[in-house]
Ligand binder design. Structure first.
Ligand SMILES: Nc1ncnc2c1ncn2[C@@H]1O[C@H](COP(=O)(O)OP(=O)(O)OP(=O)(O)O)[C@@H](O)[C@H]1O
Length: 318
């Protein structure tokens, strides 16, 4: 089951890339049912977030979709190809970025990319051009001739992303791609994912750091204990949640809240947190504060929408 981002522009029109469709996919390791009945689709031209707690089966599912792990049951089509019966074609249409990218440490970054380009059937000239453009795009040009072993974790992540993109695949499967990246690289990654979706690619990206995905996702798929689970779309107008408030005069704000009988708590950042029943209540509070002469300059929900949907998952409460 999936929820759509409220500001999602909707998938672009895409020719030739049909996204991901998985039905009843299962995969066990001995007694451990890592993926235990996953059904979802991820359209092309969009970023789909794959969300779930540790051990919920995200990596196993991505490995199955990448054609690297055979499912015990169920079917999945990736880029239009069945991952079991058309495994090679499915794998050729996928760019896979694992959560930690094992490199051949003695090879230079350029040698690594050219090796993958060649394995995917690019001519030497096309491989060189593609590698140069990816190094430029992912700020790795200065490392191109250095052995992979000298790269930092974040630089290795970027090389892993370059490797996933080297054959210009129509489906991208990215497992925790932001881990190890510095703040600027994270922002650039978000922009890159949006650009790739805009080009018509299918982007499926896993993370349990929901703030990473909040600004980039179009759809979200929730996994719990190996299964896709229903996420309740939270009605922002009425759902009770924490709101962060701050005013030019914090003492005046707290006095106003006390007089209005609104309980508050102090956040770690020093602002005031109140529980409000949705945006309607928030607007009422702003009006009342202004009428009372309180110069309120901040009022914002504490959690993002993905976080709310995640916390509202029935499965997670058990
Ligand atoms: N090769 C394996 N052999 C045995 N058990 C495995 C194997 N791979 C995964 N598992 C188990 O399958 C379950 C799902 O693991 P998986 O790595 O897919 O979860 P995840 O959602 O990616 O977790 P995380 O967020 O911590 O990366 C876990 O209980 C894990 O211990």
């Amino acid at each position: 089951m999936s929820i759509a981002h409220p500001t999602s522009p909707g998938p672009s029109v895409v020719v030739g890339c049909t996204g991901i469709v998985a039905e009843g996919v299962k995969r066990a390791f001995g007694d451990v049912r890592a993926v235990d009945g996953v059904t979802f689709s991820a359209p092309s031209g969009a970023v789909t977030a794959l969300i779930g707690p540790n051990g919920s089966g995200k990596t196993t599912l991505l490995l199955v979709l990448a054609g690297l792990l055979r499912p015990d049951a169920g079917t999945a089509r990736v880029g239009g190809f069945d991952i079991v019966t058309e495994n090679l074609a499915a794998r050729a249409s996928v760019g896979w970025m694992p959560d930690s990218f094992g490199t051949w440490d003695a090879l230079t970054c350029r040698e690594i990319l050219l090796t993958f380009a060649s394995a995917y059937g690019l001519s030497p000239e096309a491989g060189r051009r593609r590698a140069a453009s990816l190094f430029e795009q992912l700020h790795l040009t200065e490392f191109a001739e250095r052995p992979a072993r000298v790269l930092s974790r974040g630089q290795k992540q970027r090389l892993g992303l370059a490797r996933a993109l080297v054959h210009d695949p129509c489906v991208l499967l990215l497992d925790e791609p932001a881990s190890g990246l510095d703040p600027r690289s994270r922002i650039e990654l978000r922009d890159l994912l949006r650009d790739l979706a805009q080009e018509g690619k299918t982007v499926l990206v896993s993370s349990h750091v929901l703030s990473e995905l909040e600004e980039v996702y179009d759809h979200a798929v929730f996994l719990s204990k190996g299964r896709t689970v229903e996420a309740t779309a939270v009605d922002a107008r009425t759902a009770e949640r924490g709101w962060r408030l701050d005013a030019l005069d914090p003492v005046a704000l707290r006095t106003f809240l006390a007089n209005a009988g609104i309980p508050w708590a102090r956040s770690s950042g020093g602002e005031v947190i109140v529980q409000l029943a949705g945006t309607d209540s928030a607007m009422q509070l702003v009006r009342a504060a202004v009428a009372a002469g309180v110069a309120l300059h901040t009022i914002a929900p504490v959690a993002g929408r993905l976080e709310e949907a995640y916390l509202a998952l029935d499965e997670e409460r058990k």
